[in-house]
Design a protein around this ligand. Structure first.
Ligand SMILES: [Zn+2]
Length: 371
C-alpha cells in the first residue's frame, strides 16, 4: 500500500507550541479538517504522495510501521486518502488529463467515471450565435462526442465580434455546417448532426431533441421567451433536461434556468413567477423597443455567459456538483460583477410540469438573492 492524499485536498500547516496545526482543505466543499500533530506525523503526511510504501515511510522517518499504518487508517476513515486505483489515471497523457484531475476532486468511492459520462452525452444546441457557438466549443473541449447543432442562419460579418470559431471564410455559409467543420478540427472524433432550420414549433423542437440527453437553448428566434417556452414544452414531458440561456442585454448577462424534469419547475413556471413579482410590485411591462432590434454586445460577455451554461451542462451530465440553476436563474452585472439569483417555484397546476410526480426542490419562497 502506498498512501496518497486524495486529489482536490490541499494540506496546510503552521507551527504551534510543541507541535503543528495540520489542516486538510477539501477544495470541492471548502471544508477544513484541522489536526494537532507532532513533527514525525507531519513528515509522514508529507510522504503520503502515492510513491512510498508504509515500510519506506517508516524507515525514512524513523517511526514504526504500525504508527504509519495507524496514521494512514485515521486519514482513510476521514476520506482524506485515496482508497482505490484512481479511475482518472487512464487520462494521464491525454487531452483530458487536467480535467480528469478536476473531476477527481469531486469524486468518491461510489462515483462513476465522470469523464466517461461526458464522452457518452449527446447534446442538442439550438441557436449557434453569440452564446451557442461558445457553448458548443466549451462542450467539445470538455469531451462531448455527439452534438446536434441547430440554426437556420448563415454567418454574417457582424457576427464575428462575438461568435466563436467562425471566420471570414465562413461568411454567407450556414452556421451549423461551419461550426461543425471547426469543431471537428478540435476533436476529429466528434459526431455532429447539422440542422439548418428555425425551431419555431413544438414539432420542430421535438425533432431536433430526439435522442439528446440534454438540450441547450441559445436561440433568440422567434423570441427568447417564446423559444424557451417551446423547448420546455417539448423537452419536459419527454424527460429531457434542458438549459435555457437568457443571453445578454447591455452590461447584464442572463443565465439559466436549468430544468431537470421531476426535479424542477419548467420555463412556464419561471415566467409565471416573474410576472407575479412584477404585478405584485405594481409594474406593467411597456414594450417600447421593437423586439427585432438587436442590442449591443461584447464577445467577452458572450463567452462568459456561455461558459456558465457549459458548467451547468457538465453538472447535469456528471453530477460533479448539483446544477446551480435548478429552480432559479441568474443575472450577472458586468459593471460590478455582482450575481443576482432569482428563484421560482414549480406550480402544481402548470400545464407542462405540474402533472408529473416530482422530487422537486422548492425550498423557500421565490425571491431575489444578492450574492
Ligand atoms: Zn411548469
Amino acid at each position: 500500500m502506498k498512501p496518497a492524499i486524495r486529489d482536490g485536498i490541499s494540506v496546510l500547516y503552521r507551527p504551534l507550541a510543541g507541535g503543528y496545526e495540520l489542516n486538510f482543505l477539501v477544495e470541492s466543499s471548502s471544508v477544513i479538517m484541522p489536526f494537532e500533530v507532532d513533527a514525525h506525523t507531519l513528515r509522514c503526511v508529507r510522504m503520503f504522495d502515492g510513491t512510498h510504501t508504509i515500510a519506506d515511510i517508516s524507515t525514512a522517518i524513523g517511526v514504526s510501521e504500525a504508527s504509519v499504518s495507524g496514521l494512514a487508517a485515521l486519514l482513510y476513515d476521514q476520506k482524506l486518502l485515496r482508497t482505490r486505483d484512481r479511475i482518472y489515471d487512464r487520462y494521464e497523457g491525454t487531452r483530458f488529463a487536467t480535467q480528469a484531475n478536476f473531476l477527481a476532486g469531486f469524486a468518491n468511492d461510489e462515483s462513476p467515471d465522470m469523464q466517461e459520462a461526458i464522452d457518452a452525452s449527446h447534446v442538442a444546441i439550438i441557436g449557434l450565435g453569440g452564446i451557442g457557438s461558445w457553448v458548443a466549443y466549451g462542450l467539445v473541449l470538455a469531451g462531448v462526442k455527439k452534438l446536434t447543432l441547430v440554426d437556420n442562419d448563415v454567418v454574417e460579418l457582424a457576427n464575428l465580434n462575438r461568435q466563436c470559431l467562425y471566420d471570414i471564410a465562413c461568411i454567407g455559409l450556414p452556421k451549423a455546417e461551419m461550426l461543425a467543420q471547426k469543431l471537428r478540427l478540435v476533436d476529429p472524433a466528434l459526431e455532429v448532426e447539422q440542422v439548418h432550420r428555425l425551431v419555431d414549433s413544438l414539432q420542430a423542437c421535438s425533432e431536433v431533441a430526439t435522442g439528446a440527453d440534454l438540450v441547450i437553448c441559445c436561440a433568440d428566434e422567434p423570441g427568447t421567451d417564446e423559444i424557451n417556452r417551446i423547448v420546455s414544452r417539448a423537452c419536459y414531458p419527454r424527460g429531457i433536461p434542458h438549459i435555457l440561456c437568457g443571453g445578454y442585454d447591455g452590461h447584464l448577462g442572463f443565465i439559466g434556468p436549468t430544468i431537470v424534469p421531476k426535479r424542477s419547475g419548467c420555463w412556464l413556471c419561471y415566467e409565471h413567477t416573474l410576472e407575479h413579482q412584477l404585478r405584485s410590485a405594481g409594474y406593467i411591462h411597456l414594450q417600447v423597443t421593437p423586439a427585432q432590434i438587436k442590442g449591443g454586445n461584447l464577445g467577452a460577455i458572450s463567452a462568459i455567459i456561455a461558459n456558465y451554461h457549459v458548467i451547468e451542462a457538465l453538472k447535469v451530465m456528471t453530477g460533479f456538483a448539483p446544477p446551480t440553476l435548478i429552480n432559479q436563474a441568474a443575472e450577472v452585472d458586468f459593471l460590478t460583477y455582482g450575481l443576482h439569483l432569482r428563484a421560482y417555484r414549480k406550480r402544481h397546476d402548470c400545464a407542462v410540469c405540474g402533472t408529473q410526480s416530482d422530487e422537486e426542490i422548492t425550498d423557500g419562497q421565490p425571491n431575489v438573492t444578492h450574492v
